[in-house]
Design a protein around this ligand. Structure first.
Ligand code: SF4
Length: 340
């Protein structure tokens, strides 16, 4: 029984994680042509890697964002049989090494990789990623000219990452004409992969948003439709898999609805979104305020989630340990560790 002078015990706020990150784009050239893509650039007459990000340009970007522990490499793709493939892949490795030399943790998402390529990146990356995106006729139509996006290729990559023991991020692109049955079938496939390998640390539930000069916010009906899928994802996927929502693609004041439905992670957040350029990122302070009002707390994390950290090679574990110390020291949320 509480004594009358005992302070009221407040329920602990549910933690919602995010990763301070910076995105480097090795190249926007891509041999695929996805029906919704505003990221891709067509091949440059000077060569497909004419726009490749140099070390000096990457260095300047990294210096401008010293608090970012995660360096997300998000690249257009060079065809596996292309004579440019090797140079492209060497650029990825060089950018990972640059990030590494600054005490950061690379997280690469560069499309399908050979076993040897994925293994090489796995020795430098704390985690890696590849969206499943989805399955069914709507995706088939959008990916008619995107050989990398065939379902069998994507599933093969997720399986390969599991065999290599790489902590992995995948996700679905939602709202391109797919049915709820398509979404559930895709989630079931991810659940099967997770039960087999256990490497899926997070699944992104990404609302498709049109590109343009200004953001087009999700309507109330679209939010309600996606909330159903968030709840289904939570029910279908094993409980250790984090559910992630990019916070700039959801109306900020309605974000607590998505968290209540099952989202527990807001992903890597840079100062801007290189894909959805019309959708500004909320600042961590603004996010924290919205979450706090709704009974959640915003907690920083590294790109590798705590439960997968022991999967990493010892040098990456040591780098993660140092990066975590800096992250917590610079965090405005104080000395609360996101690690167990
Ligand atoms: S694979 Fe990615 S970068 Fe290439 S066209 Fe498709 S969405 Fe765009």
């Amino acid at each position: 029984m509480l004594h009358s002078t005992t302070p009221r015990v407040r329920a602990a706020a549910r933690p919602i994680t995010w990763s301070p990150s910076i995105t480097l784009v090795p190249t926007r050239f891509c041999f695929n042509t996805c029906g919704y893509c505003s990221f891709r650039r067509p091949p440059d007459p000077a060569g497909p890697l004419a726009d490749a990000l140099s070390d000096s340009a990457a260095q300047a970007l990294l210096e401008a964002r010293p608090e970012a522990a995660e360096v997300l490499l998000l690249s257009g793709e060079v065809a596996p049989q292309s004579p440019q493939r090797r140079a492209w892949f060497q650029r990825l490795l060089a950018l990972c090494r640059l990030a590494w030399s600054q005490g950061r943790l690379p997280h690469t998402n560069a499309g399908p990789l050979s076993l040897a390529e994925m293994a090489a990146l796995g020795r430098l990356n704390a985690s890696m990623g590849l969206m499943l995106e989805g399955l069914g006729p709507a995706y088939d139509a959008l990916h008619r000219h995107a050989p990398s996006k065939r379902l069998a290729v994507r599933l093969g990559q997720l399986d390969q990452a599991g065999r290599l023991g790489i902590p992995f991020t995948t996700g679905l692109l939602l709202g391109v004409g797919e049915s709820h049955a398509d979404r559930r079938a895709a989630l079931e496939l991810l659940a099967q992969l997770q039960r087999r390998w256990g490497h899926l640390q997070e699944v992104i539930l990404q609302p498709f948003r049109p590109d343009g000069a200004a953001a087009v916010l999700l309507t109330a009906a679209e939010q309600a439709d996606l909330l159903v899928t968030i709840a289904e994802a939570r029910a279908i996927l094993p409980p250790e898999v984090h559910l992630q929502l990019p916070p700039n693609l959801w109306p900020l004041e309605a974000l607590p609805d998505a968290l209540a439905a099952g989202i527990d992670d807001l992903g890597g957040i840079d100062s801007s979104d290189v894909i959805n350029r019309a959708y500004p990122q909320p600042t961590p302070a603004r996010l924290a305020a919205v979450l706090e009002r709704a009974g959640f707390s915003l907690v920083p994390r590294l790109c590798v989630h705590p439960a997968w950290r022991h999967w990493l090679p010892p040098p990456i574990q040591r780098q993660a340990h140092r990066a975590e110390a800096r992250l917590l020291a610079s965090s405005s949320s104080g000395p609360r560790s996101p690690w167990p």
